[in-house]
Design a protein around this ligand. Structure first.
Ligand SMILES: Nc1ncnc2c1ncn2[C@@H]1O[C@H](COP(=O)(O)OP(=O)(O)OP(=O)(O)O)[C@@H](O)[C@H]1O
Ligand SMILES: [Mg+2]
Length: 358
């Protein structure tokens, strides 16, 4: 029993003026109070215990939360680091796509420069001989003949100048292609641009693969005039589309060339495949349409949904970056235009660049 209650109990027991009944009533009250007291004490102790365990649990939870916070912080750091790495890899890939398309162009460019260079060499050689002849005529006193020869020399020099300028323009164009775009729009002859890239892409492919042959068709709308675009950028789009077109017609014809069974069947049916790529331009209303069409195998439906996605390619590993169409799409969009595709399996594909005039 509680000490104080015990004291009261003993005190009551000693009181002689209280009879046994009253003492019994008081004793019961004191015992009840003691029971109630013991229960409260027990409850208090239990609450204390709960408090202590809760505090410990709370501390553990706080520690756990802190650990989780740290882990999230570390994950965040790692994520932003890999995002940064991803960005720089993407920039590198875009650069390498550019270099790859420059590589595709180089052989074509070499071929294009070779022509004017041949002219320059031949005409300067001929002019050199003509000067000897002219001197002979002067010595003979035949000034008329000397003048005529001088005229020929002048014409030759004009031709040399013309072809020299042409080679100069090709080199400048090449430099423009490798440099990052200035982003400046300028009045551009879209027909000339398309024609130039068509020939460069074709000769580039021919230089790599002598057996490659394709019919090139062009149909340019002369009424277009000059339109305001970033020439290097639109040039890249046209080049990407033409390179893709050549790739698929080449693939289709080499498949026929390689498969002797298919070849035998084709010969029997006298049905031979003529790879063809055509580039055409058309002005309709206030829009210009540039079309690049091939008679390759077309694009299967499940591939079609993905062709504009960055890095999507069906080329063998290491051959394509899969950036050609996605970059082209972005460039055309930046010009306020659209890049659309129509395709039929086994029959071919047509890509159309749609640009607003002005
Ligand atoms: N004219 C086409 N005919 C059929 N399929 C095409 C044609 N053009 C593009 N494709 C498909 O779209 C895919 C993506 O083309 P994209 O130009 O973006 O990349 P790529 O040509 O594969 O690679 P890269 O351009 O770097 O050489 C190609 O792999 C091909 O499957
Ligand atoms: Mg491509």
């Amino acid at each position: 029993m509680n000490k104080q209650l015990q004291l009261i109990f003993d005190f009551i027991q000693q009181q002689e003026h209280l009879n046994a009944d009253k003492k019994a009533i008081l004793a019961k009250a004191i015992k009840d109070a003691d029971t109630a007291y013991t229960i409260s004490e027990f409850k208090l102790e239990r609450t204390e215990k709960v408090k202590r365990t809760t505090a410990i649990l709370l501390e553990e939870t706080i520690e756990e939360l802190e650990q989780k916070r740290k882990a999230i912080e570390e994950t965040n750091e790692a994520l932003s680091k890999s995002l940064e790495e991803l960005k720089s890899t993407q920039a590198q890939l875009i650069q390498s796509e550019k270099m790859a398309s420059l590589g595709e162009l180089t052989a074509g460019i070499a071929h294009e420069i070779q022509n004017p260079l041949n002219f320059v060499n031949n005409f300067s050689e001929v002019s050199n001989e003509l000067i000897d002849e002219m001197n002979e005529e002067i010595e003979k006193g035949d000034l008329e003949e000397a003048k005529a020869i001088a005229n020929d020399i002048k014409k030759n020099l004009e031709k040399i100048h013309h072809h020299g300028t042409r080679a100069d323009a090709i080199v400048k164009g090449m430099l423009q292609h490798s440099r990052s775009s200035s982003g400046e729009r300028e009045p551009t002859d879209i027909n000339e641009l398309a024609d130039e890239y068509l020939r460069l892409a074709y000769h580039g492919l021919r230089a790599k693969d002598k057996t490659f042959n394709a019919t090139l068709e062009t149909d340019f709308d002369e009424s277009i005039g000059k339109i305001h675009v970033v020439p290097q950028d639109i040039g890249r789009v046209i080049l990407n589309l033409i390179t893709n077109a050549f790739y698929v017609v080449n693939e289709k014809s080499s498949f026929i060339n390689l498969s002797s069974e298919a070849l035998a069947k084709l010969e029997a049916s006298e049905d031979t495949y003529e790879p063809a790529v055509s580039v055409s331009t058309k002005k309709i209303g206030n829009q210009v349409f540039i079309s690049v069409k091939d008679n390759g195998n077309g694009i299967p439906k499940k591939v079609l949904d993905k062709i504009f996605q960055p890095f999507f390619t069906t080329k063998p590993t290491g051959q394509g970056t899969g950036l050609g169409l996605s970059l082209s799409y972005d460039i055309v969009k930046a010009h306020g235009g659209e890049l659309k595709v129509e395709t039929k399996e086994r029959e071919g594909t047509e890509f159309v660049i749609q640009l607003p005039l002005g």
